[in-house]
Design a protein around this ligand. Structure first.
Ligand SMILES: Cc1cc2nc3c(=O)[nH]c(=O)nc-3n(C[C@H](O)[C@H](O)[C@H](O)COP(=O)(O)OP(=O)(O)OC[C@H]3O[C@@H](n4cnc5c(N)ncnc54)[C@H](O)[C@@H]3O)c2cc1C
Length: 493
């Protein structure tokens, strides 16, 4: 049994894992190392830190490590994140919680803060380097360490103990236990307000004050400015995420089931980028969507609203399938598949069939520049590349098409895989996410099944422009992308 002070009641025990047991230190605050779940609301790790601090009668300090060496980081991603952190800083100050941003390697910053902490609480990250950071901190910290999971609806360890084959194998496992994990997380106040100097992250510099000048801070970090911020179109932070959620519930849900695969329309949530940075809780999103579906059902007796009710219900069901099943299938993939993010980790049947067709003639072969510039013979694909490269977003349906065509137009499937993952993670605001690895993997058969055999693809699913035209309006999509690019250029000058 871990020390009782490390596991107070409150957050669901399945979300809490004591990584390093021990007696809390006699002095110092409870420190939350906030790295994945960058939000102040509905944050189980913050709620748990506050509960531990209440037991120990200590204040709470939140620290974060800011490093220019974050894998594949760009100015676009940093701008979005820093906008969110500025809000976090202001909101924590209002609530009487200390906050510091150490300029340095995140686990080093966490270890520095832990030297003066009673207990260190950490949130959970799913990618390889995020897991390694936490293991290192648990092994070296000078105080007990507790990890709290807050970015999955169903905790990943509860959902499944093995790499799932497809959505259909994970879905029943999630639905079986879902109701256990939907309780709201209270936004409690600290028993002792933080006062005085900001928490120390020495020897690292605390750059929290510099969040007021994100451009200057980015300059100091030296991140890759060639991928420009898109704040005029997609601002970061909890407030922007809440506004996206409100729009989803009020406007998008009734037509989500139909519009989700219509890239020329605006019928999606744009929440992926906020989920990626932990600026919104997936449980809160799910609760919001379910509440509106239930309210619609309750109102269904009135014939005037009956049609809309059916739309909201279908929309909510479709959305929950994406947010819960598809997103948590990605978490399962990176947690349970050794070597995720490499070609070798793709399903054996898919690699076999692609290898059997490796020598098939390719009608179009493009080099990196032609692809990145969106200079192929296919205007739909060019628009998809442009949407991603310039705006930092790409519609889901076009992500699929974009990926399939790169597979078709590359010399080898291995080359296609490298290209897709690199560009996905470089340009998209929601890139570098578990969904990135599952999404790119899907292009090569991951979580899918064999289809009819054809050139280059073998039995891996194929997509073509005729299919796009049949199912959606790609000409209108091209116009939409052009309008967005022009709007963004107008905003950013
Ligand atoms: C080739 C390819 C690459 C992709 N790369 C990424 C990526 O880097 N980051 C990323 O978050 N998603 C990725 N996806 C999945 C999906 O396209 C995006 O999550 C979605 O388009 C994000 O936009 P949205 O929030 O407006 O989606 P919505 O349609 O509003 O969906 C709501 C949420 O459900 C989840 N979701 C939706 N579709 C999927 C899906 N197919 N798989 C897993 N979760 C899903 C996301 O969290 C999303 O935010 C990729 C898909 C493909 C085919």
């Amino acid at each position: 049994m871990p020390h009782a002070a490390l596991t107070p009641p409150g957050v669901h025990p399945d979300r809490v894992r004591v990584l390093a047991d021990g007696v809390p230190r006699a002095t110092g605050p409870v420190v939350l190392w906030m790295q994945q779940a960058q939000r102040t609301r509905a944050n189980p790790a913050l709620a748990h830190a506050l509960a531990v601090a209440a037991l120990l009668d200590r204040p709470v300090a939140v620290v974060l490590g800011l490093t220019p060496a974050y894998p594949e980081a760009t100015a676009r991603a940093y701008a979005f994140m820093l906008e969110g952190l500025r809000e976090v800083r202001d909101e924590l100050a209002r609530r009487g919680i200390g906050f510091a941003v150490g300029l340095g390697d995140p686990p080093e910053v966490a270890l520095a803060a832990a030297r003066r902490a009673a207990v260190l609480v950490v949130d959970r990250g799913y990618l390889r380097h995020q897991r390694a950071w936490r293991l290192r901190v648990a092994a070296e910290a000078a105080c007990p360490v507790v990890q709290v999971e807050g970015d999955a609806v169903v905790p990943v360890d509860v959902a499944s103990g093995k790499a799932e084959y497809a959505a259909r194998t994970l879905r029943p496992k999630l639905w079986r236990v879902l109701e256990d994990y939907l309780d709201p997380v209270p936004d409690a106040s600290p028993v002792r307000r933080w006062s005085g100097e900001p928490p120390s992250v020495a020897p690292f510099e605390d750059v929290a004050p510099a969040l007021a000048d994100p451009v200057g801070l980015r300059g100091r970090l030296g991140v890759d400015e060639r991928v420009a911020p898109v704040s005029g179109m997609f601002p970061g932070g909890e407030r922007a995420a809440a506004e996206r959620l409100r729009r989803l519930i009020d406007d998008v849900l009734p037509s989500y089931a139909d519009d989700r695969n219509q890239p020329q329309r605006d019928g999606v949530s744009y929440l992926g980028m906020h989920l990626h940075f932990g600026q919104v809780s997936p449980v809160e999103v799910l609760r919001g969507v379910r509440a509106v579906a239930e309210a619609a059902r309750a109102a269904a007796a009135a014939p005037a609203v009956a049609r809309d009710v059916a739309g909201v219900e279908r929309g909510a069901a479709g959305f929950v399938e994406e947010l819960l099943v598809r997103r948590e299938l990605s978490l399962n993939h990176v947690e349970r598949s050794e070597g995720y993010g490499t070609y070798a980790a793709l399903p054996a049947w898919a690699r076999r069939t692609l290898a059997a067709h490796a020598d098939d003639p390719r009608e179009h072969l493009y080099d990196d520049d032609a692809l990145q510039d969106g200079a192929t013979h296919d205007p739909y694909w060019n628009a998809a590349m442009r949407e991603m490269r310039v705006t930092g977003y790409q519609h889901n349906y076009m992500r699929m098409y974009w990926g399939k065509k790169v597979l078709e137009w590359s010399a080898t499937p291995e080359q296609a895989y490298e290209r897709l993952l690199a560009w996905n993670n470089r340009f998209l605001l929601d890139g570098r996410d578990p969904n990135s690895y599952a999404g790119v993997g899907w292009v090569f058969g991951l979580h899918d099944r064999p289809w009819a055999e054809r050139a280059i693809f073998g039995t891996v699913r194929y997509m073509n422009a005729a299919g796009l035209r049949r199912k959606a309006d790609p000409e209108a999509y091209v116009r939409k992308v052009e309008a967005r690019v022009a709007a963004l250029r107008g905003v950013t000058g």
